[in-house]
Write a protein that binds this ligand. Structure first.
Ligand code: MOS
Length: 734
């Protein structure tokens, strides 16, 4: 089809906008269900040990309390942990709330109060008196007794193999830098709280849940709670953000269904913000990067070692080294990845998991190297540019990173930068310009995706799929794809998503939904079009205006009349393309950041960010741009604010609200300029789409850290770069 006429590629407004603004869009905790009970979680106040006793007397007397569940009286589970494996679970034993008397982490659910109202459940929960026998815990990565080497991340990309002899090349090189970087644990904190409303029935259990995969939750619940005989339907029509925390069935759905099964009643559980600090976190890490180069800055050796946090019961593995062997041309690469087992909840994938942490270290190290060889940081990247993925020894299916550098730097005005630190200022503020490269996987889901397209009796086309829209724009882009395939105005497309009763789709994550579910929708619509065309031809009522609409509304009405109201439908399945051996695929970005640092107070303002992205075909510049802007704000948070700080004496995250867990607010965000560079890729996915959900966050923190160095001359290697840390570093220097 002529690109000019397609609706994909056009920046139409998101179709879920009006229902969200008007309140018609329902979230998990908003469904009206008759005879609903409310639950509230009692959480552990120690990090490790045993529950000795639970005194429920006062809580039971509280008006409105119906039941209080703990490991002592909860419904029977099958005590075999592999049954609780979920689609996104790492190796290990998944955590099962209220399983036994063991406490694995502070904030772990130890009891569940169920009452006639939310307020009664919440207030009674405060009266539950738990006595523990505490054991010595370790929550501090730096004092972890053991690091466990790990070679591969199961299920996602393995750590690339080493090449050459990095140690020898490092020793022999004329220029070298070696630095250690630390990152804090971060929490996901989507705006919508994790919540579940269970409508209990003898035949059907309907679970309104906040999740990134209704299908995974359905399968998980059926097995974990032996609901095989019942129909379990998981509905997540609208999801107020996920960032990865909803990739796995969460504690909320587990506990809500447990309560419903126990009482044979409908139950709602909304986890308050405080409890969301103990659901999962972006693994904190200590990383050492060594780079060696010749006098011109040509890389001779890269060594990257990462030690990352995980829990005692699961080996969560963030692919922190994913791009360290492939981003730049270098023959000698050595990568080491180790896990430290801590007494915390398991870390959980968080937007660009691994890459956002690993590339912070790598891209700051590149900036340090640029200053060691005295070349412009952007010029250093271009000197080491590679057209091949040397770690996999394959060409890229496409790689427009060079154009990202060119267009991003031009938009930013990078050529006006003076190289010397502390050389740019205005009034009381030091000005710093920094840049960094971003990369993320461009993959289709390893699991197949299905979609159905149907011609309804009202003449509209209905497209259905179980995939969620977590705020990414999935409703909108799938409508656009369907409209193009069916050659019909988008107003005649109705998309229904986020329901496990609809055709199977994998998790919404990995930035793969547009490519994966998009391809399934495209195939289903193509099949439906063929069906309609052949039937209409037979009946002699084919539309006469090719290129405008497949069939006019009146012709379709004739066709449906002919079929006596019988609808036409088609279902299609998309499998991941087996092109893996020939090409390597990735999305790329170049981020340029301006900071202004108050000379006296060390307050940092990120006044300007230009993010140039190469992500294949952009289906909708509006929704895609929103993804990059949102991710950029998250990157500002990673650089300057977000820190799930622990009191290691208590083994407990001390943040309980946005009062003490700081995320960027409006006043922290200035200009964000997004550029999508042209990139045509016929290999990566049927639509030529790479996905934009995660690439935006990867390069922001290193670009800001590098800009702070340029402004102040201080190399800040520990995130977040808070005012006190920067002031202390600058105090030491002067
Ligand atoms: Mo993403 S961390 O795959 O939701």
């Amino acid at each position: 089809m002529d690109q000019e006429q397609t609706i994909t590629g056009k920046g139409i407004f998101r179709i879920d906008g009006p229902p969200k603004v008007r309140g018609g869009a329902k979230y998990a905790a908003e469904y009206k269900v008759p005879d609903l009970l409310h639950a509230y979680v009692v959480t552990a106040s120690i990090a490790k040990g045993r529950i000795l006793s639970i005194d429920l007397a006062a809580a039971r007397r509280f008006p409105g309390v119906v039941e209080i569940l703990s490991h002592k009286n909860r419904p029977w589970f099958w005590p075999v942990s592999f049954l609780y494996k979920d689609a996104a679970g790492p190796p290990g034993k998944p955590f099962m709330p209220l399983y036994d008397d063991r406490v694995h982490f502070s904030g772990q659910p130890v009891a569940l109060v169920i009452a006639e109202s939310y307020e009664a459940a919440r207030d009674a929960a405060a009266l539950v008196d738990v006595t523990y026998s505490a054991e010595q815990h370790v929550t501090n990565l730096a004092s972890s007794p053991a690091f466990i080497p790990r070679k591969h991340r199961i299920g996602v990309a393995p750590v690339p193999h080493p090449t050459g002899d990095a140690d020898r090349a490092f020793a022999a090189a004329p220029v070298k830098i070696e630095s250690t970087y630390t990152t804090s644990p971060e929490n996901h904190h989507p705006m919508e709280l994790f919540a579940t409303t269970v409508e209990w029935g003898d035949k059907i259990v309907t679970v309104y849940d906040k999740t990134q995969s209704p299908k995974s939750v359905e399968l998980f619940l059926k097995v974990a709670f032996r609901l095989i005989g019942r129909k379990v339907r998981v509905v997540s029509s609208y999801v107020g953000g996920g960032f990865g925390l909803g990739l796995r069935p969460q504690q909320s759905v587990f506990l809500a269904v447990m309560a419903a099964k126990s009482l044979k009643r409908s139950v709602r559980l909304v986890l308050p913000r405080d409890h969301m600090f103990a659901l999962g976190y972006r693994a904190n890490a200590v990383q050492t990067v060594s780079l060696a180069a010749d006098e011109k800055g040509r890389l001779q050796a890269i060594r990257h070692r990462a030690v990352a946090a995980t829990s005692q019961f699961e080996d969560a593995q963030d692919p922190m080294l994913l791009f360290s062997a492939s981003l730049y041309r270098c023959e000698n690469v050595k990568l080491t990845y180790e896990l430290a087992k801590l007494d915390t909840v398991s870390p959980c994938d968080m937007r660009a998991p691994g890459a956002a942490t690993g590339m912070f270290a790598l891209e700051c190290a590149m900036d340090e190297l640029a200053y060691a060889v005295n070349v412009d940081p952007l010029a250093l990247r271009l000197t080491n540019y590679t057209e091949r993925n040397q770690a996999e020894n394959r060409p890229f299916s496409s790689k427009a990173l060079r154009e990202c550098y060119a267009q991003g730097s031009e938009r930013f005005g990078w050529d006006k930068r003076s190289h010397t630190p502390r050389s740019m200022r205005e009034d009381k503020e030091l000005i710093g310009w920094g840049m960094a490269t971003g990369a993320w996987e461009a993959a289709m889901s390893p699991a197949p995706a299905r979609a159905e397209a149907r011609l309804r009796s009202d003449g509209k086309f209905e497209v259905t799929s179980s995939i969620t829209d977590i705020g990414t724009g999935t409703y909108t882009i799938l409508s656009q794809i369907a409209a193009d395939e069916l050659e019909t105005p988008i107003e005649r497309i109705v998309v229904r998503l986020g329901d496990s009763a609809l055709p199977f789709n994998p998790i919404q994550g990995g930035s793969w939904t547009a490519a994966t579910s998009g391809a399934a929708v495209q195939s289903a619509c193509r099949k439906l079009k063929a069906k309609i065309t052949s039937q209409a031809k037979q009946a002699g009522i084919l539309g006469r205006r090719p290129g405008t609409e497949l069939l006019s509304a009146s012709a379709l009405a004739d066709l449906l009349k002919l079929r006596r109201g019988g609808e036409l439908s088609a279902t299609a399945t998309n499998f991941s393309l087996p092109f893996g051996k020939k090409f390597s695929s990735a999305t790329h970005a170049a981020v340029f950041a301006e900071v202004r640092v108050d000379e006296e107070l060390s307050v940092v303002r990120v006044t300007r960010i230009v993010c140039a992205v190469a992500a294949g075909r952009i289906l909708n510049p509006n929704t895609a741009r929103s993804q990059i802007i949102g991710a950029t704000v998250m990157g500002i948070g990673k650089a300057l604010h977000e820190d799930a700080a622990y009191d290691h004496n208590l083994g407990r995250c001390m943040a309980h609200s946005f009062g003490d867990y700081h995320i960027p607010s409006n006043a922290d965000v200035y200009d964000i300029d997004v550029v999508f560079v042209d990139e045509t890729d016929t290999q990566v996915s049927p639509l030529g789409v790479k996905g934009v959900g995660e690439i935006g966050v990867v390069a922001v923190a290193p670009a800001i850290a590098n800009a702070i160095f340029h402004a102040t001359g201080e190399r800040m290697r520990d995130l977040p770069i808070t005012i006190d840390r920067l002031a202390r570093a600058r105090g030491r220097a002067s």
